[in-house]
Design a protein around this ligand. Structure first.
Ligand code: ZN
Length: 125
């Protein structure tokens, strides 16, 4: 058995994460400030929590491909065509549900920044 410090491989749960970006436009219906069309660069962080197997929780390449495939739908589009109310929170929920279709055996956390300094996070527990 390989031992890293005081942990054995079979006992280790770990989080791994990736960050991607997409650019989109939206408006928030009836919102006094955000009710006019405008754009954001969204930063997306996905954290996958799972068992360490053969030195990996999940293959970064596999995770990046999955995330990029989903974000392609949001990128350079009018988010109001995809969501009745395209808030950061609703996008995070939608992204999380799509990721979970492929990552059912992991705990998944999605955090989305809408520009600088504003974010929404959703995690299954
Ligand atoms: Zn906005």
């Amino acid at each position: 058995m390989v031992i890293y410090e005081t942990y054995t491989i079979k006992d280790v749960n770990m989080k791994v994460g990736i960050i991607e970006h997409f650019d989109s436009m939206h408006l928030l219906p009836s919102h006094p400030k955000c009710g006019v069309p405008h754009g954001h660069t969204y930063k997306v962080e996905v954290v996958v929590d799972g068992e360490l197997k053969n030195g990996m929780v999940i293959d970064f390449d596999q995770l990046k491909k999955l995330l990029r495939e989903i974000l392609r739908v949001y990128d350079h589009t009018d988010l109001n065509k995809l969501f009745p109310f395209p808030s950061c929170e609703n996008i995070a929920l939608n992204l999380h549900s799509k990721l979970k279709l492929n990552l059912n055996n992991y705990k998944v956390t999605v955090k989305i920044w809408e520009g600088e300094g504003k974010w929404a996070e959703f995690s299954d527990s």
